[in-house]
Each structure stands twice: as structure tokens, then as C-alpha cells.
Design a protein around this ligand. Sequence first.
Ligand code: NDP
Ligand code: X2W
Length: 349
Amino acid sequence: MSTMLRAAIVGATGYSGAEVVRLLLMHPHVAVTSVVSSSNPGALLSDGFPHLKQIVTDRLDAVDADLLKEKADVVFLATPHGVSTELSPKLLEAGLKVIDISGDFRLKSGEVYEQWYKHKPADAAYLNKAVYGMSEVFGDEVRGANFISNPGCYPTATTLGLAPLAAKGWIDPKSIIVDAKSGVSGAGRGLSMTTHYSEINENFYAYKVNKHQHTPEIEQTLARLTGEEAAITFTTHLVPMTRGILATIYVNLKEQHSEEEIFELFRSYYAGRRFVRIRDKGKYPATKEVWGSNYCDIGLSLDPRTGRLTVLSAIDNVVKGAAGQAVQNLNLMMGWDEATGLAFSPVYP
Ligand SMILES: NC(=O)C1=CN([C@@H]2O[C@H](COP(=O)(O)OP(=O)(O)OC[C@H]3O[C@@H](n4cnc5c(N)ncnc54)[C@H](OP(=O)(O)O)[C@@H]3O)[C@@H](O)[C@H]2O)C=CC1
Ligand SMILES: CC(=O)N[C@@H](CCC(=O)OP(=O)(O)O)C(=O)O
């Protein structure tokens, strides 16, 4: 136990936080030493999540940077937007490693954050310190970092579907249309009018049209990769299922490339990366095929008639879109194999 890295999870009573706990229970080098709740310290995590009943550290701690400093080496924040803005700097000052699953440190511009999230931005010095943890794209920066801003769920699916093309300069970053669908767990555990059973069952609808907070996050990464400004059309939909995101992405190529060249580009970009699987020609991923896993599955189809490429990218929003990528980033930060504790297959059917 003494050689284990000690992990605390703030927001452990929410979907993403509880999933971090579940994944870390399977991690050979990490011990969960604190689960934290702002509203219910003293209660048991397993009262709200009986599936985690066997965990050793069950009693919820209060949100207290000094206590976390005593109990942990790394802190995962799975909290609503605005919480990490204040808490992460305190934890970093206390010498802890921090992995923030919320959106508070993803955007480098405080102004853009305020515009899309309607919250006061974090201190610019900390925004600059935060390493954006898209593991397969910016893994070199994640290695050895002590402060990670974990990507959003939709940006993970979308960016992994575009990164090889963007890095190579093959796409027009103003031509991109992303049509994405998410399961309801993406909205968190709290009840709301739009997500309760009779509202979403046998229903399907778009939300936050042209206003989704993940738009500037995707554009920021595309701009970094292409060196050009990006402007995407991004539409999110809610689907009556629990987990999963399928992003269907349409993009114009700058020059003509064959479908074979595009497949080869994706395969070489993700060579050696365990969690991105490129489907064979004519095969397209489904959310159930990544369910409960850290995989991102990608399908590709070039339409010779229009010259447009369709990319389909499927993830489990709670795993690769949140907790799984957070653990993958911890592995990279610590210099461990990125798949440590995550090398399990999806649950099917
Ligand atoms: N669900 C998903 O698929 C994804 C979520 N995310 C992000 O992860 C974060 C958590 O989301 P999710 O798990 O869905 O949300 P939930 O609503 O399920 O959980 C959030 C938790 O945060 C805790 N919390 C609320 N206020 C505070 C506070 N002031 N200080 C500390 N903790 C607080 C709550 O627990 P308590 O009252 O016990 O403190 C709550 O259980 C969000 O920022 C979300 O955007 C990112 C990617 C995907
Ligand atoms: C279905 C659903 O409501 N999903 C959430 C995404 C949650 C998430 O990953 O995003 P943040 O961390 O940026 O909040 C949404 O669309 O806002």
C-alpha cells in the first residue's frame, strides 16, 4: 500500500466521479484514499452507489484542501463548472497533482470561457498552466504534467475523429459540421425537466443549437492543429439511452485524396495507441460497441460524388469522455503504460 499513489475524488457522488472511483478500484498502482462530497460529508458513498459497496474508503470527506493534502497525492475533480476555478489553484499550491474533469480550465481564453459557460473564468496564470489532456493528441504534454484539464465528452469524440486530418492540413477547418448524439448520463445525476424518464423515453431532440459550450473547445484544438482559425457547426442531440456518444462529422478536404490514403493516415496517426480503433472500410461504429470501455471507435467514408468525408466516432461518454480518459491521463502523467487499469473490453450486449 505504501507504494500506491493515493487518489481523492471530489464530486464522487456524481456520475463521472463515481466512475473514476470504479476505474481506480481496478488500478494496480492507485489507492482511493478519499471520496469527497460538498453536500453530504460523513455519509457513505455506497449509500448512493451500492455498486461500489466493496470500496475500502467509503465515508465521504468534506471539501477541504488541507485534509486532501494529508490524504492524497492526486485529486480528481468531477464537479460542476465553476468549482474547480477556485479549488484547483488551492490544491496545486498544496503540492497535489490535479486532474480536472470539468470545463473550467479547457479554454485558454478567460473571455471565451465566460461567454460560453457564463461563469467567472479562472486566473489566467492557472489557465496557462493547465495541460489539455486529449491523451492521443497531446500525450507528450501530459507526460510529467501535474495539472490536467480533461477534455469534454463531445470534444473527445469529435477531436479524435478529426485530429489526423487536421494535423496533416488536409481539411478546411471552416467546413466542418458535427452532428452529435449523447446518452442521458452526459447530463449528470441530478434531475432535470429535459432528462427525466417520461421526457426522454421514446423521444429524440436537439439542444443548445449553435450555443453548446463545447464548440470553442473543439475549435481551439483544431486551430492548434491546423494553424488556421476554425469555425464549426456543432449540433448536439439527446438520445434515450444511458451511455454513449456518436459524432457524425462531415468535412471538406482541401485537395483530392483517395479513401485508402485517408485510412492510412488515420492508422499511422493512431499507431501504437491502444484506445483508438479504426474500423475497416465499409464498417461503422455503434455506441454499444464501446459501452463501458475507454475505446474510441472510428469509421470513415469518402463520397467521391461530393468530395466530402464522413467520419463516425463513438465513445462511452462517462469512460473515454470523462473518467477513463482522466485515468489514462494519470497514467501518462506518472509515466505508466497508458492502458494501466483500463485494458478491459466493452460490455456487450
Ligand atoms: N457526465 C458526463 O458524461 C461528463 C461530465 N463531465 C463533467 O464532469 C463534471 C461532473 O459531471 P457529472 O458527473 O455528470 O455531474 P453530476 O451532477 O452527476 O455530479 C457532480 C457532483 O459534483 C458535486 N458538487 C456539486 N457542487 C459542488 C461543490 N460546490 N463543490 C464540490 N463538489 C460539488 C456533487 O456532489 P455533492 O453534492 O455530494 O458534493 C455532484 O454529485 C461536470 O463538470 C461535467 O461537465 C465531463 C465529461 C463527461
Ligand atoms: C447530455 C448532456 O447534457 N451532456 C452535457 C455534456 C457534459 C460534458 O461533458 O461536458 P462539460 O464537462 O463541458 O459540461 C452537455 O451537453 O452539456
